[in-house]
Design a protein around this ligand. Structure first.
Ligand code: DAH
Length: 341
């Protein structure tokens, strides 16, 4: 028997074999108790002395080579079996599922929705307005005269346009929705309008070029400062879940008369803390009774209708509520910040 030829043939059969039982059979046939290798070894005593050594070595090499070839083929068959299982949509119910990453609402969205719910329950409409406004809605109809500093290019992003048409700006506040509400709704009505506002600010921890406000407007007959205070106290109860005293200081805004700054008792302390800067009062929002010129610009008769309006700084309120110390976090899109909510 020629050992090299026997090995070459065995390798050929092993390589062509594609199931484990058949492989085992070949292995047994070659290296088993009654196999080819055993027969070779058994033949050694009957060989001429000078051949014995070579045949003994050849038999051992044959055995090792067959075992190696079988092991290699077995591994190949196993890995292709795994591949096939995967390809066939094999499902192992004992493997732990990949972790599901759950998103969460942005704190601005959360606070906005809470306020919307609260005002809806008080009979308010929730309105939207365009973020790009005409000069008329953003300034003129709100009784902001052409020389008022709010129009200064320092504060306002003006939009360049080619050809005809009214001058456009990125709205600098949500107050233009007051005018749109008066044009759209039949009084008496109540409405809020949360949304983005824009100013040409140099950005720092307390100034952003893009921030959020929520406008409120209530129109009816004989609306007084008393109605305004009542509504604001209800608003505070919604935000801080308890009754807080308020106070009014005079404030000037061209679209209200009289105009106020409304402060609330600090919800975080009784004797002064860092949030209220040791005063026990926090500035909550500017507000006032709607100026007659604004009622007229909105198409309402100031002899008949009156109202109040307020402008809540949503970004600031969110910061207050969650103890956020830098307004730039709000629009940063930084997951390390957002994942905390
Ligand atoms: N629009 C004003 C601003 O952004 C805020 C404001 C003040 C709104 C008084 C009001 C108001 O509705 O009555 O500075």
């Amino acid at each position: 028997m020629d050992i090299d030829t026997t090995l070459a043939e065995a390798r050929e059969r092993i390589r062509a074999c594609d199931d484990a039982a058949a492989l085992k059979a070949i292995e047994r046939e070659m290296v088993g108790k009654d196999g080819v290798v055993s027969a070779l070894l058994a033949s050694i005593p009957s060989l001429p002395a000078e051949e014995r050594r070579a045949v003994g070595q050849g038999a051992n090499q044959l055995k090792q080579a067959v075992l190696d070839a079988v092991a290699e083929r077995t591994a190949a068959l196993e890995s292709s079996a795994v591949e096939a299982q995967r390809g066939a949509g094999h499902f192992d119910a004992s493997v732990p599922a990949p972790a599901v990453e759950r998103g969460s609402l942005h704190p601005l969205t959360r606070v906005t929705r809470e306020l919307e719910d609260q005002f809806l329950s008080m009979g308010y409409h929730v309105l939207d307005g365009p973020e790009v406004e005409t000069d008329f809605y953003n300034f003129e109809a709100l009784n902001i005269p052409p020389d008022h500093p709010a129009r200064d290019s320092q504060d306002t992003f003006f939009i360049e346009r080619e050809g005809e048409g009214p001058e456009l700006v990125m709205r600098t506040h949500t107050s233009p929705v007051q005018i749109r509400a008066m044009q759209r709704l039949t009084p008496p009505f109540r409405a809020i309008a949360p949304g983005k506002t824009f100013r040409n600010e140099s950005v720092d921890a307390s100034h952003e070029h893009t921030f959020h406000q929520m406008e409120g407007i209530v129109i009816g007959e004989d609306i007084s400062v008393g109605h305004l205070i009542g509504a604001m106290k209800t608003l505070l109860r919604g935000i801080f879940n308890r009754d807080l005293d308020v106070r009014l200081r005079p404030g000037y805004f061209p679209f209200v008369e009289p105009g106020f700054e409304l402060d609330a008792r600090c919800p975080f302390c009784e004797t002064g803390c860092s949030v209220c800067k040791r005063t026990t009062w926090i500035e909550l929002l500017p507000c006032g009774l709607v100026h007659p010129a604004v009622l007229s610009a909105g198409g309402l008769d100031p002899e008949r209708w009156s109202g109040f309006a307020f402008g809540l700084g949503l970004s600031r309120l969110v910061m207050l509520r969650y103890g956020i110390d830098d307004v730039r976090h709000l629009l940063s899109g930084d997951l390390r910040f957002l994942e905390q909510f």
